[in-house]
Write a protein that binds this ligand. Sequence first.
Ligand code: HEM
Length: 502
Amino acid sequence: NENDPAGQQILIFKEKTKGPIGVMTTSAGAPIEYKDATVTLNSNLIFNEYFMDSLTHLVRERIPERLVHAKAGGAFGYFEVTHDITHICKAKLFSRIGKRTPIAARFSPVVVERGGIDTSRDARGFALKFYTEEGNFDIVGFNTPMYVYKDPLLFSTFVRAQKRNPATNLIDGNMLWDFLTLRPESLHMFLLVFGDRGIPDGYRHMPGFGIHTFEVVNEHGEKSFVRFHFTPNAGIKNLRSEEARKIAAVDPDYATRDLYRAIGNGDFPSWKVSIQVLSLDDVKNAGFDVFDVTRVLPLDDYPLKPVGIFVLNKNAINYFAEIEQLAFNPANLVPGILGGPDKVFEARRLAYRDAQYYRLGANFNRIPVNCPIQVKVLAYNRDGRPPVKDNEKDTPNYYPNSYNGAEAYVDKKRAELIEIYQDDPNNFHQATELYVNEMTKDERSRLVENILYSLGGAAKFLQERAVKLFSIIHPDLGDRIAEGLASNRTKHYHYDDGYFVY
Ligand code: HEM
């Protein structure tokens, strides 16, 4: 298709440029002479600056991929307020109806590696960066309304159990099912992953959730608690396993391509932004831990309140610069939004920054796409690995000082994050609800087949443990999994690949 902005990008570039864009140069800017750029045979290689520059740069072009969420599609756009929530949150990005704030978005399977398959069965990351006038506010969410576990101690265990077996270098169902059955709180989210939501049909049809219950305050310092929801205006669409496997064979970059193409064609995806709101009394009277990330807050009890919309209307001009180098961090908060008081949130405050120091270096916040567009940064930080940009120029480099360096502001209504006590996770009741009330009969059947596809390859003791747990969620689910495992019909499944569809 000659009008496909994804497939034809380089031709479109040619179309909009008049002739060569300039004289080619070395990285240091010296013009390259034609012979140096075209042939090295019978010449002195060391003297060919074009060749030396190119060869030595090439071998330095890889940086570590993200430990999780390595593969992604991303884009830019804006968030617009449609409903007033200033009575619960004073953050300036919500200050008036009609207000727009620039945003970056990055959507990503969790386990899939950087060159992996977009239509893999996996949860998806849903990360938004709001470039507000009070600094960057990041919501680093998922396409499921709940998370895997409540205790952040399990992060390393869970990541390792899903990644490659250290001996075989293969994804290993015996590791995944060990984790899922040792930590049954994970099954609530995994019912969605093994159900229809496990393979979204591209990113434009995918919902998003902040998951954590965030504490927010208004200008009087009064607290409320909110969960963020993002609902695609194009509707939720998912792929069935068979379709996904077929697509994987012909276009592993299906979702990335779809997003780029749609935006390039002016078909801008958009999402409704809404919140569930709880007062401090609601929190106390809920009868369960509303900060438990493995649980949802029932919509009947805590209905969605509209806040705004966000629209993605601009592709990156350069993927590495603008999407790969994006650095999201749940700790990127703004006045009026205090984040979640739960332990997973607390752990995340460290992990992202730490990962980005490793992945992008000490000055990752000085990479243009991470710079707060609307704010002058006066952080009293200096030096380190490039980029340092203006390195905060000649301003004082320590605080406090007597020389007109930047001063901290005073918030007379300063609010602190509440302290909470968290019980051991137990979300079986919600998993049952999900199975019985939210899945259709057909989806339940597909769920069973998708579980069998993966569990069928795991060791017998894991299958037995899984059947016990699925029976607690619902006897029907347990029976159907047990029956499927006992029958011969799972034998034709290619379940050696763990729970991935390929
Ligand atoms: C103990 C809990 C968690 C830890 C320690 C953790 C840690 C990490 C780390 C280290 C990264 C890579 C960051 C980078 O290299 O830039 C990451 C990425 C990500 N995490 Fe988590 N995570 C946790 C829980 C969660 C939860 C609960 C969610 C969703 C609500 C989530 C959503 C994401 C997303 C969307 C990304 C990709 C961000 C991007 O697009 O760059 N994570 N996580």
